[in-house]
Design a binder for this molecule. Structure first.
Ligand SMILES: [Zn+2]
Length: 68
């Protein structure tokens, strides 16, 4: 079974996703994200590039509530 649905941000929720790993490639930080396809529930891995890093306006440690 394969999934070729276009992912729509409207149907993607942070609470459904997990970051599998961070790694460096081509001198930049990248991350692998795991989430289910909103259309067919296929398990998907997304490869993300990090463009910017800034100070965040939130309390540490991170809690699940941040993602609700
Ligand atoms: Zn799909």
């Amino acid at each position: 079974m394969s999934c070729d649905h276009d992912l729509d941000a409207e149907y993607l929720h942070p609470g459904d996703a997990d970051i599998l790993e961070f790694y460096e490639a081509d001198g930049g930080l990248r991350a692998t994200l795991a989430l289910p396809c909103p259309d067919c529930s296929e398990a998907l891995e997304l490869d993300l590039g990090v463009d910017t890093v800034e100070e965040g306006d939130f309390e540490l440690p991170l809690s699940d509530e941040l993602y609700d």
